[in-house]
Design a binder for this molecule. Structure first.
Ligand SMILES: Nc1ncnc2c1ncn2[C@@H]1O[C@H](COP(=O)(O)OP(=O)(O)O)[C@@H](O)[C@H]1O
Ligand SMILES: [Mg+2]
Length: 397
Protein backbone atom coordinates (compact mmCIF):
# COMPACT_ATOMS: atom_id res chain seq x y z
CA UNK A 1 0.00 0.00 0.00
CA UNK A 2 1.47 3.34 -1.02
CA UNK A 3 0.46 6.75 0.22
CA UNK A 4 0.96 8.65 -3.00
CA UNK A 5 0.93 12.43 -3.18
CA UNK A 6 -1.40 12.73 -6.22
CA UNK A 7 -4.66 14.51 -5.51
CA UNK A 8 -7.86 12.68 -6.21
CA UNK A 9 -6.33 9.23 -6.22
CA UNK A 10 -7.65 8.46 -2.76
CA UNK A 11 -4.46 6.87 -1.49
CA UNK A 12 -4.08 9.16 1.50
CA UNK A 13 -7.48 8.63 3.14
CA UNK A 14 -7.29 4.93 2.40
CA UNK A 15 -3.90 4.69 4.03
CA UNK A 16 -5.15 6.74 6.98
CA UNK A 17 -7.96 4.25 7.55
CA UNK A 18 -5.59 1.37 7.34
CA UNK A 19 -3.15 3.01 9.72
CA UNK A 20 -5.88 3.61 12.29
CA UNK A 21 -7.13 0.07 12.19
CA UNK A 22 -5.51 -3.22 12.98
CA UNK A 23 -4.17 -4.47 9.74
CA UNK A 24 -2.06 -7.29 8.55
CA UNK A 25 -1.16 -5.67 5.21
CA UNK A 26 2.23 -3.93 5.28
CA UNK A 27 1.74 -0.17 4.93
CA UNK A 28 4.43 1.95 3.39
CA UNK A 29 4.34 5.73 3.35
CA UNK A 30 6.45 7.31 0.67
CA UNK A 31 6.98 7.63 -3.04
CA UNK A 32 7.14 4.75 -5.47
CA UNK A 33 10.92 5.21 -5.77
CA UNK A 34 11.31 5.02 -2.00
CA UNK A 35 9.10 1.97 -1.88
CA UNK A 36 11.19 0.28 -4.56
CA UNK A 37 14.41 1.11 -2.70
CA UNK A 38 12.95 -0.17 0.55
CA UNK A 39 11.79 -3.29 -1.24
CA UNK A 40 15.30 -3.91 -2.57
CA UNK A 41 16.74 -3.29 0.87
CA UNK A 42 14.55 -5.77 2.66
CA UNK A 43 13.74 -8.22 -0.08
CA UNK A 44 16.22 -10.79 1.03
CA UNK A 45 14.84 -10.79 4.55
CA UNK A 46 11.33 -11.33 3.22
CA UNK A 47 12.44 -14.09 0.95
CA UNK A 48 14.41 -15.69 3.73
CA UNK A 49 11.62 -15.53 6.32
CA UNK A 50 8.77 -15.81 3.89
CA UNK A 51 7.12 -13.15 6.00
CA UNK A 52 6.30 -9.97 4.14
CA UNK A 53 4.26 -8.58 7.04
CA UNK A 54 7.15 -7.16 9.04
CA UNK A 55 8.29 -4.16 7.06
CA UNK A 56 10.90 -2.49 9.23
CA UNK A 57 10.15 1.20 9.66
CA UNK A 58 11.72 4.24 11.27
CA UNK A 59 9.93 6.45 13.77
CA UNK A 60 8.19 9.57 12.39
CA UNK A 61 10.56 12.35 11.39
CA UNK A 62 13.64 10.18 11.75
CA UNK A 63 13.66 8.40 8.43
CA UNK A 64 16.70 7.58 6.39
CA UNK A 65 19.81 6.60 8.31
CA UNK A 66 22.30 9.32 7.54
CA UNK A 67 26.00 9.44 7.17
CA UNK A 68 27.86 12.72 7.27
CA UNK A 69 29.75 13.28 4.04
CA UNK A 70 33.53 13.30 4.11
CA UNK A 71 35.99 12.08 1.52
CA UNK A 72 37.15 8.96 3.27
CA UNK A 73 33.64 7.76 4.02
CA UNK A 74 32.77 5.46 1.20
CA UNK A 75 29.45 5.57 -0.49
CA UNK A 76 28.56 4.00 -3.75
CA UNK A 77 25.74 3.39 -6.10
CA UNK A 78 23.59 0.58 -4.88
CA UNK A 79 24.82 0.70 -1.30
CA UNK A 80 21.40 -0.47 -0.16
CA UNK A 81 20.88 -2.85 -3.01
CA UNK A 82 19.61 -6.28 -2.11
CA UNK A 83 22.06 -9.03 -1.42
CA UNK A 84 21.78 -11.38 -4.33
CA UNK A 85 22.61 -15.03 -4.09
CA UNK A 86 20.82 -18.32 -4.44
CA UNK A 87 23.85 -20.51 -3.72
CA UNK A 88 23.85 -22.46 -0.47
CA UNK A 89 26.78 -20.30 0.71
CA UNK A 90 24.88 -17.05 0.14
CA UNK A 91 21.71 -18.41 1.69
CA UNK A 92 23.71 -19.23 4.81
CA UNK A 93 25.04 -15.67 4.87
CA UNK A 94 21.55 -14.22 4.51
CA UNK A 95 20.35 -16.42 7.36
CA UNK A 96 23.29 -15.27 9.46
CA UNK A 97 22.43 -11.60 8.84
CA UNK A 98 18.85 -12.29 9.78
CA UNK A 99 19.87 -14.00 13.00
CA UNK A 100 22.49 -11.60 14.28
CA UNK A 101 21.52 -8.18 12.85
CA UNK A 102 19.56 -7.12 15.89
CA UNK A 103 22.17 -7.97 18.49
CA UNK A 104 24.93 -5.70 19.72
CA UNK A 105 27.62 -8.32 19.22
CA UNK A 106 30.71 -7.27 17.30
CA UNK A 107 31.02 -8.86 13.86
CA UNK A 108 34.19 -9.66 11.96
CA UNK A 109 33.79 -10.03 8.19
CA UNK A 110 36.61 -11.70 6.33
CA UNK A 111 36.83 -12.05 2.56
CA UNK A 112 38.62 -10.97 -0.58
CA UNK A 113 38.07 -7.50 -1.95
CA UNK A 114 34.73 -7.11 -3.72
CA UNK A 115 32.99 -10.04 -2.01
CA UNK A 116 30.37 -7.83 -0.35
CA UNK A 117 31.78 -7.12 3.12
CA UNK A 118 30.54 -3.55 3.20
CA UNK A 119 27.19 -4.55 1.74
CA UNK A 120 26.76 -7.11 4.52
CA UNK A 121 27.85 -4.57 7.16
CA UNK A 122 25.17 -2.17 5.91
CA UNK A 123 22.59 -4.95 5.85
CA UNK A 124 23.44 -5.79 9.46
CA UNK A 125 22.88 -2.15 10.42
CA UNK A 126 19.77 -1.71 8.31
CA UNK A 127 18.14 -4.76 9.82
CA UNK A 128 18.86 -3.83 13.42
CA UNK A 129 16.98 -1.49 15.69
CA UNK A 130 19.89 0.93 15.15
CA UNK A 131 18.80 1.53 11.54
CA UNK A 132 17.52 5.06 12.18
CA UNK A 133 20.87 6.10 13.64
CA UNK A 134 24.03 6.66 11.60
CA UNK A 135 26.01 3.98 9.86
CA UNK A 136 29.58 5.23 9.60
CA UNK A 137 32.02 3.49 7.30
CA UNK A 138 35.72 4.16 7.89
CA UNK A 139 38.61 2.82 5.91
CA UNK A 140 41.42 2.28 8.41
CA UNK A 141 43.99 2.14 5.62
CA UNK A 142 43.05 5.54 4.21
CA UNK A 143 43.99 7.75 7.17
CA UNK A 144 47.14 8.30 9.20
CA UNK A 145 47.07 7.22 12.84
CA UNK A 146 46.70 10.81 14.15
CA UNK A 147 43.92 11.68 11.76
CA UNK A 148 41.99 8.46 12.33
CA UNK A 149 42.28 8.92 16.10
CA UNK A 150 40.88 12.44 15.97
CA UNK A 151 38.17 11.34 13.50
CA UNK A 152 37.10 8.56 15.82
CA UNK A 153 37.32 10.17 19.24
CA UNK A 154 37.20 13.86 18.40
CA UNK A 155 39.66 16.37 19.83
CA UNK A 156 39.71 19.42 22.00
CA UNK A 157 40.94 22.80 20.86
CA UNK A 158 44.74 23.14 20.93
CA UNK A 159 45.42 19.42 21.41
CA UNK A 160 47.68 19.42 18.34
CA UNK A 161 48.80 21.86 15.68
CA UNK A 162 45.81 22.65 13.53
CA UNK A 163 43.23 21.73 16.19
CA UNK A 164 41.73 25.23 16.23
CA UNK A 165 38.41 24.21 17.72
CA UNK A 166 36.77 21.30 19.51
CA UNK A 167 35.72 18.54 17.14
CA UNK A 168 33.19 15.76 17.58
CA UNK A 169 34.40 12.25 16.76
CA UNK A 170 32.51 9.49 14.98
CA UNK A 171 31.90 7.61 18.22
CA UNK A 172 29.90 10.60 19.42
CA UNK A 173 28.18 11.31 16.10
CA UNK A 174 27.28 7.67 15.51
CA UNK A 175 25.88 7.23 19.02
CA UNK A 176 23.15 4.62 18.90
CA UNK A 177 24.27 3.49 15.43
CA UNK A 178 27.03 1.35 13.94
CA UNK A 179 30.63 1.96 12.88
CA UNK A 180 32.14 -0.17 10.13
CA UNK A 181 35.94 -0.45 10.32
CA UNK A 182 37.04 -1.50 6.85
CA UNK A 183 40.56 -2.90 6.42
CA UNK A 184 40.92 -3.27 10.18
CA UNK A 185 44.29 -5.00 9.58
CA UNK A 186 45.71 -1.58 8.67
CA UNK A 187 44.90 -0.03 12.05
CA UNK A 188 48.05 1.07 13.91
CA UNK A 189 49.13 -0.65 17.14
CA UNK A 190 48.29 2.47 19.18
CA UNK A 191 44.74 2.67 17.86
CA UNK A 192 44.23 -1.05 18.29
CA UNK A 193 44.71 -0.52 22.04
CA UNK A 194 42.16 2.31 22.07
CA UNK A 195 39.60 0.31 20.12
CA UNK A 196 40.11 -2.60 22.51
CA UNK A 197 39.36 -0.27 25.42
CA UNK A 198 36.09 0.77 23.82
CA UNK A 199 35.13 -2.84 23.19
CA UNK A 200 35.91 -3.78 26.79
CA UNK A 201 34.51 -0.80 28.68
CA UNK A 202 32.52 1.26 26.18
CA UNK A 203 34.72 4.22 27.16
CA UNK A 204 37.05 6.57 25.31
CA UNK A 205 38.63 10.00 25.68
CA UNK A 206 38.83 12.70 23.01
CA UNK A 207 42.35 13.52 21.83
CA UNK A 208 43.98 15.98 24.26
CA UNK A 209 41.52 15.34 27.07
CA UNK A 210 41.30 13.06 30.11
CA UNK A 211 37.54 13.24 30.15
CA UNK A 212 36.01 9.77 29.96
CA UNK A 213 33.07 9.41 27.59
CA UNK A 214 30.68 6.52 27.20
CA UNK A 215 29.54 5.38 23.81
CA UNK A 216 26.84 3.13 22.46
CA UNK A 217 27.96 1.99 19.05
CA UNK A 218 27.84 -1.40 17.37
CA UNK A 219 31.17 -2.28 15.84
CA UNK A 220 31.53 -4.22 12.60
CA UNK A 221 35.02 -4.84 11.21
CA UNK A 222 36.21 -6.20 7.89
CA UNK A 223 39.46 -7.47 6.51
CA UNK A 224 40.75 -8.99 3.31
CA UNK A 225 43.90 -10.16 5.09
CA UNK A 226 44.18 -13.20 7.28
CA UNK A 227 44.27 -11.72 10.79
CA UNK A 228 45.43 -14.93 12.46
CA UNK A 229 48.62 -14.93 10.37
CA UNK A 230 49.12 -11.25 11.24
CA UNK A 231 48.82 -12.15 14.92
CA UNK A 232 51.53 -14.80 14.46
CA UNK A 233 53.74 -12.13 12.89
CA UNK A 234 53.05 -9.76 15.82
CA UNK A 235 51.19 -7.29 13.54
CA UNK A 236 47.73 -7.57 15.08
CA UNK A 237 46.74 -7.77 18.75
CA UNK A 238 45.26 -11.15 19.66
CA UNK A 239 43.09 -9.63 22.43
CA UNK A 240 41.52 -7.21 19.93
CA UNK A 241 41.05 -10.05 17.46
CA UNK A 242 39.10 -12.11 19.99
CA UNK A 243 36.95 -9.10 20.92
CA UNK A 244 36.14 -8.39 17.28
CA UNK A 245 35.61 -12.00 16.42
CA UNK A 246 32.51 -12.53 18.60
CA UNK A 247 30.56 -13.24 15.42
CA UNK A 248 32.55 -14.27 12.40
CA UNK A 249 31.50 -14.39 8.78
CA UNK A 250 33.61 -15.46 5.84
CA UNK A 251 32.46 -14.07 2.49
CA UNK A 252 33.42 -16.61 -0.17
CA UNK A 253 34.92 -15.47 -3.46
CA UNK A 254 32.54 -15.52 -6.40
CA UNK A 255 34.46 -18.36 -8.11
CA UNK A 256 33.40 -20.59 -5.18
CA UNK A 257 29.72 -19.91 -5.70
CA UNK A 258 29.38 -19.89 -9.45
CA UNK A 259 25.65 -20.57 -9.29
CA UNK A 260 25.23 -16.90 -8.35
CA UNK A 261 26.99 -15.55 -11.46
CA UNK A 262 23.91 -15.70 -13.78
CA UNK A 263 21.75 -13.99 -11.15
CA UNK A 264 24.25 -11.21 -10.63
CA UNK A 265 24.69 -10.72 -14.38
CA UNK A 266 20.90 -10.42 -14.80
CA UNK A 267 20.68 -8.02 -11.86
CA UNK A 268 23.38 -5.69 -13.17
CA UNK A 269 22.09 -5.87 -16.77
CA UNK A 270 18.69 -4.74 -15.52
CA UNK A 271 20.00 -2.22 -13.01
CA UNK A 272 22.51 -0.43 -15.24
CA UNK A 273 20.45 -1.07 -18.38
CA UNK A 274 17.66 0.97 -16.80
CA UNK A 275 20.05 3.70 -15.68
CA UNK A 276 21.65 3.96 -19.12
CA UNK A 277 18.40 3.73 -21.06
CA UNK A 278 19.30 0.33 -22.57
CA UNK A 279 16.67 -1.97 -21.19
CA UNK A 280 16.13 -5.62 -22.16
CA UNK A 281 19.78 -6.19 -23.07
CA UNK A 282 20.85 -9.81 -23.44
CA UNK A 283 24.22 -11.53 -23.54
CA UNK A 284 24.80 -13.60 -26.65
CA UNK A 285 25.93 -17.18 -26.11
CA UNK A 286 29.62 -16.42 -26.59
CA UNK A 287 29.69 -13.56 -24.08
CA UNK A 288 27.60 -15.51 -21.61
CA UNK A 289 29.86 -18.55 -21.88
CA UNK A 290 32.93 -16.43 -21.14
CA UNK A 291 31.33 -14.66 -18.19
CA UNK A 292 30.09 -17.91 -16.69
CA UNK A 293 33.51 -19.49 -16.63
CA UNK A 294 35.67 -16.47 -15.77
CA UNK A 295 37.33 -16.53 -12.34
CA UNK A 296 36.58 -12.94 -11.15
CA UNK A 297 39.66 -12.19 -9.03
CA UNK A 298 37.94 -8.86 -8.18
CA UNK A 299 34.74 -10.72 -7.29
CA UNK A 300 31.34 -9.03 -7.50
CA UNK A 301 32.82 -5.56 -7.87
CA UNK A 302 34.65 -6.79 -10.99
CA UNK A 303 31.54 -8.47 -12.40
CA UNK A 304 29.57 -5.28 -11.80
CA UNK A 305 32.18 -3.23 -13.67
CA UNK A 306 32.33 -5.71 -16.55
CA UNK A 307 28.56 -5.57 -17.02
CA UNK A 308 28.45 -1.80 -16.74
CA UNK A 309 31.18 -1.49 -19.37
CA UNK A 310 29.49 -4.02 -21.66
CA UNK A 311 26.22 -2.10 -21.52
CA UNK A 312 28.01 1.09 -22.47
CA UNK A 313 29.81 -0.66 -25.35
CA UNK A 314 26.83 -2.62 -26.72
CA UNK A 315 25.29 -1.01 -29.80
CA UNK A 316 22.22 -3.21 -30.16
CA UNK A 317 20.13 -5.45 -27.96
CA UNK A 318 22.95 -7.96 -27.47
CA UNK A 319 26.21 -7.89 -25.58
CA UNK A 320 28.79 -9.75 -27.66
CA UNK A 321 32.26 -11.08 -26.92
CA UNK A 322 33.87 -7.98 -28.43
CA UNK A 323 32.07 -5.79 -25.87
CA UNK A 324 33.78 -7.55 -22.95
CA UNK A 325 37.12 -6.32 -21.55
CA UNK A 326 40.07 -8.07 -23.20
CA UNK A 327 41.37 -9.36 -19.87
CA UNK A 328 38.22 -11.45 -19.44
CA UNK A 329 38.16 -13.18 -22.83
CA UNK A 330 40.37 -16.28 -23.19
CA UNK A 331 42.71 -15.93 -26.17
CA UNK A 332 41.21 -18.92 -28.03
CA UNK A 333 37.87 -17.05 -28.07
CA UNK A 334 39.32 -13.80 -29.31
CA UNK A 335 40.43 -15.30 -32.58
CA UNK A 336 36.98 -16.77 -33.01
CA UNK A 337 35.13 -13.67 -31.95
CA UNK A 338 33.50 -12.82 -35.26
CA UNK A 339 29.75 -13.38 -35.09
CA UNK A 340 29.74 -15.94 -37.94
CA UNK A 341 32.09 -18.19 -35.94
CA UNK A 342 29.54 -18.81 -33.24
CA UNK A 343 30.06 -22.57 -33.12
CA UNK A 344 33.82 -22.16 -32.81
CA UNK A 345 33.43 -19.73 -29.92
CA UNK A 346 30.94 -22.01 -28.24
CA UNK A 347 33.24 -25.01 -28.61
CA UNK A 348 36.22 -23.12 -27.18
CA UNK A 349 34.22 -21.86 -24.24
CA UNK A 350 32.77 -25.26 -23.45
CA UNK A 351 36.17 -26.92 -23.64
CA UNK A 352 37.72 -24.38 -21.36
CA UNK A 353 34.85 -24.75 -18.93
CA UNK A 354 35.10 -28.56 -18.96
CA UNK A 355 38.85 -28.54 -18.39
CA UNK A 356 38.56 -26.10 -15.46
CA UNK A 357 35.62 -27.96 -14.03
CA UNK A 358 37.35 -31.35 -14.15
CA UNK A 359 40.50 -29.97 -12.55
CA UNK A 360 38.69 -28.18 -9.73
CA UNK A 361 36.43 -31.14 -9.00
CA UNK A 362 39.36 -33.55 -8.95
CA UNK A 363 41.21 -31.26 -6.60
CA UNK A 364 38.22 -31.17 -4.28
CA UNK A 365 38.03 -34.95 -4.40
CA UNK A 366 41.76 -35.20 -3.56
CA UNK A 367 42.44 -36.80 -6.94
CA UNK A 368 39.99 -39.70 -6.50
CA UNK A 369 38.17 -40.05 -9.82
CA UNK A 370 35.16 -41.96 -8.45
CA UNK A 371 34.59 -39.30 -5.82
CA UNK A 372 35.03 -36.44 -8.31
CA UNK A 373 32.51 -38.08 -10.65
CA UNK A 374 30.06 -38.35 -7.74
CA UNK A 375 30.46 -34.63 -6.94
CA UNK A 376 29.93 -33.83 -10.63
CA UNK A 377 26.88 -36.09 -10.84
CA UNK A 378 28.17 -37.95 -13.89
CA UNK A 379 29.27 -41.54 -14.10
CA UNK A 380 32.91 -42.37 -13.43
CA UNK A 381 33.54 -43.81 -16.91
CA UNK A 382 32.30 -40.65 -18.57
CA UNK A 383 34.37 -38.52 -16.18
CA UNK A 384 37.46 -40.57 -16.96
CA UNK A 385 36.95 -40.26 -20.72
CA UNK A 386 36.74 -36.49 -20.38
CA UNK A 387 39.95 -36.50 -18.35
CA UNK A 388 41.65 -38.38 -21.17
CA UNK A 389 40.31 -35.92 -23.74
CA UNK A 390 41.95 -33.05 -21.88
CA UNK A 391 44.97 -35.10 -20.79
CA UNK A 392 44.26 -34.49 -17.13
CA UNK A 393 45.96 -36.87 -14.73
CA UNK A 394 44.47 -37.86 -11.38
CA UNK A 395 47.11 -37.23 -8.77
CA UNK A 396 46.14 -38.67 -5.38
CA UNK A 397 46.79 -36.39 -2.43
N1 LIG B 1 25.70 -10.59 -2.90
C1 LIG B 1 25.69 -9.43 -3.56
N2 LIG B 1 24.60 -9.09 -4.27
C2 LIG B 1 24.59 -7.93 -4.98
N3 LIG B 1 25.59 -7.06 -5.03
C3 LIG B 1 26.69 -7.35 -4.32
C4 LIG B 1 26.79 -8.53 -3.54
N4 LIG B 1 28.01 -8.55 -2.92
C5 LIG B 1 28.63 -7.42 -3.32
N5 LIG B 1 27.86 -6.71 -4.14
C6 LIG B 1 28.21 -5.42 -4.78
O1 LIG B 1 29.58 -5.51 -5.16
C7 LIG B 1 30.27 -4.30 -4.91
C8 LIG B 1 31.40 -4.55 -3.95
O2 LIG B 1 30.87 -4.91 -2.66
P1 LIG B 1 31.53 -4.40 -1.30
O3 LIG B 1 30.56 -4.66 -0.20
O4 LIG B 1 32.05 -3.00 -1.43
O5 LIG B 1 32.77 -5.41 -1.22
P2 LIG B 1 34.00 -5.42 -0.21
O6 LIG B 1 33.67 -4.48 0.93
O7 LIG B 1 34.12 -6.85 0.25
O8 LIG B 1 35.19 -4.98 -0.99
C9 LIG B 1 29.22 -3.34 -4.36
O9 LIG B 1 28.71 -2.55 -5.42
C10 LIG B 1 28.14 -4.24 -3.82
O10 LIG B 1 26.87 -3.62 -3.85
MG1 LIG C 1 35.31 -2.88 0.82
Amino acid sequence: MIEHPLNGVGGKPATGKLLNGTISTPVFQGTVTELYEAYLRYRFIFECRGDPGNFPSCPEGDHAPHQPATDHLKRGAGQYAAIIGASAKMQKIIKFIDQVADTNATVLLEGESGTGKELVARALHENSSRRCKPFVSLNCGALTETLLESELFGHIRGSFTGAVQNKKGWFETADGGSIFFDEISEMSAGLQVKLLRILQTGEYSPVGSNEIRKCNVRIIAATNRHLESMIKDGKFRPDLYYRLNILYLHLPPLRERREDIPLLIRHYLDHYGRQLGKENLRLNAGAEGVLLQYDYPGNIRELENIILRSIVMAEDAEVELRHLPESVVPSECETAAAPQNFSLVKKAVIERFERNYLETTLERAHGIVAQAAKIAGIDAKNFYQKMQKYQIKATHR
